[in-house]
Ligand binder design. Structure first.
Ligand code: AMP
Ligand code: ZN
Length: 464
């Protein structure tokens, strides 16, 4: 089964073929580091991680680039208002540079907790100012820019198919444009370079051929992806909110300078939504991975929760849903542990599994295949090897997990010891009698290929 991926640009499922096999260039838009990431943001990174793992599963070598937006992302996507970084600096009383460092580190920690592979290259917008200036010069030389009192803008009317990927109704937008366009000529025009406000010293500003200021938000991705992957590469990803503005403008910039649509495939992860509270990073009131951890959840339960839905549908977060994921993860881990040492993989199951993941990363169905494997009557060692192979995609760390051994009182361990002895002596009655004794106690014994396991009875722990 060949790999098929949904491409937002053509709005179709296409067979994936690398441009330069076996290499695959993958660019994923990273966080704006003015605050912590919320679990919605992290859903997008889990999707991208699954994509990368599926590509590697298919034998490709993935060159993965992720940017860190540490300048230029303004409060409004329409290039107005304060820079999110400078605003974050005011909120926290620390410098924009300090908070960029701190939130980048917090983000990397979240990725680690979710078993998300690190990109091969992290690139910060502020480390690539020269590349961005040169990219803007290229767009300018090709006649796509104009100057206003506050910056250099991209003239979207000059580009024949501006907004094609988003299927934007450019004329409709133009007709409905209100006066708050400022000096922009068209509502879809956007800033490439913004001037520092006169009489105000920004924390982050640079010299440029146009005056002191800072780059617009979109140019960093066109400039840095070109630097690390070339001007036409395999796959570009982000959240669905990027389709209309950010990615549309990245494409416009690269078309204006290099004449390509930047990436062969455009893929978008759909939002995690929250029923009661609408979570937004800018409001500061949101659920972090850390919050889930503090409430007693394993971060990987959240990864499991994400895998329960197709990346191309919205997913509603609920505590019940997360509980369900945590329970299923626990069951899967325990099963894998109990199966003991891995043997050979089962080829039929592998085939079924790779067909589902290659069908546009169908994780819910891949999970169903895993449960089917667990229920099958294959030998435990085969189940184990096959599930571990599946886990290259799931990323749940099933091979490393061990049950946390609870402190079991000495007298209970003594009873277990006696029962084991009775069993090996084939004194079945005695063994059963000890079983009965144990039933009276708060512990139960489970016989597994790894030997007898004693654990506290669930019902007694929770008191119901
Ligand atoms: P930001 O840090 O705001 O630039 O966003 C980082 C990534 O998270 C981007 O790819 C966004 O598209 C994505 N994103 C933002 N909100 C959500 C959400 N609620 N669910 C899934 N992805 C999101
Ligand atoms: Zn981007």
């Amino acid at each position: 089964m060949k790999l098929h991926l949904y491409d937002t640009y053509t709005r179709s499922l296409r067979e994936f073929q690398p441009l330069k096999p076996p290499e695959v260039g993958l660019y994923t838009c990273g966080p704006t580091v003015y605050n912590y990431s919320h679990i919605g943001n992290l859903r997008t990174y889990v999707f991208e991680d699954v994509l990368r793992r599926v590509l590697e599963f298919n034998g490709y070598r993935v060159q993965h680039i992720m940017n860190i937006t540490d300048v230029g992302h303004l409060v409004s996507d329409a290039d107005e208002g304060e820079d999110k970084m400078e605003k974050g600096s005011r909120r926290t009383g620390r410098s924009a540079w300090e908070i960029a460092e701190e939130y980048s580190e917090a983000f990397r920690k979240d990725l680690r907790l979710l078993n998300i592979y690190e990109p091969g290259v992290w690139c910060k917008a502020t480390d690539h100012i020269q590349e961005q200036i040169e990219f803007i010069q290229c767009i300018e030389a090709n006649g796509f820019t104009y100057r206003t009192s506050d910056g250099i803008y991209f003239d979207t009317s000059k580009l024949e198919d501006y907004g094609y990927m988003a299927r934007l109704d450019v004329e409709g937008l133009q007709a409905g444009a209100r006066i708050d366009m400022g000096e922009k000529k068209h509502p879809t025009d956007f800033a490439l370079w913004k001037f520092s406000p006169s009489g105000e010293k920004r924390q982050m500003e640079w010299d440029s051929p146009w005056g002191v200021g800072f780059p617009g938000w979109h140019i960093e991705c066109s400039a840095m992806s070109a630097k690390y992957l070339g001007t036409f590469f395999d796959i570009h990803c982000g959240g669905e909110d990027h389709i209309n503005v950010h990615h549309t403008n990245e494409i416009a910039q690269t078309e204006a300078c290099h004449g390509t649509r930047l990436a062969n495939f455009w893929m978008h992860g759909y939002f995690l939504q929250f029923d009661a509270e609408r979570m937004s990073k800018s409001s500061g009131d949101f659920l972090r991975l850390q919050t889930l951890f503090e409430r007693g959840y394993d971060p990987l339960a959240y990864r499991f929760f994400c895998l329960s839905a197709l990346y191309r549908v919205k997913l509603t977060f609920s505590w019940e849903g997360l509980d369900g994921a945590a329970t299923s993860l626990e069951r899967m881990r325990q099963a894998a542990y109990d199966w003991g040492a891995p043997g050979n993989v089962d080829e039929d199951f592998m085939e079924k599994f790779s067909a589902t993941i290659n069908e546009d990363l169908n994780m819910p169905r891949a999970m169903a295949v895993a449960w089917e494997l667990a229920r099958s009557d294959l030998p435990p060692s085969t189940k184990k090897a096959t599930l571990l192979a599946f886990d290259q995609i799931f990323g749940l760390g099933l091979g490393e997990w061990k049950p946390v051994e609870e402190e079991v009182p000495a007298e209970i361990l003594e009873l277990v010891q006696q029962r084991q002895q009775a069993r090996s002596d084939k004194r079945w009655k005695d063994a059963d009698a000890l079983w009965f004794l144990k039933q009276e106690a708060a512990y139960e014994i489970e016989d597994t290929p790894n030997g007898a396991r004693v654990k506290r009875k669930k019902s007694l722990v929770s008191g119901d």
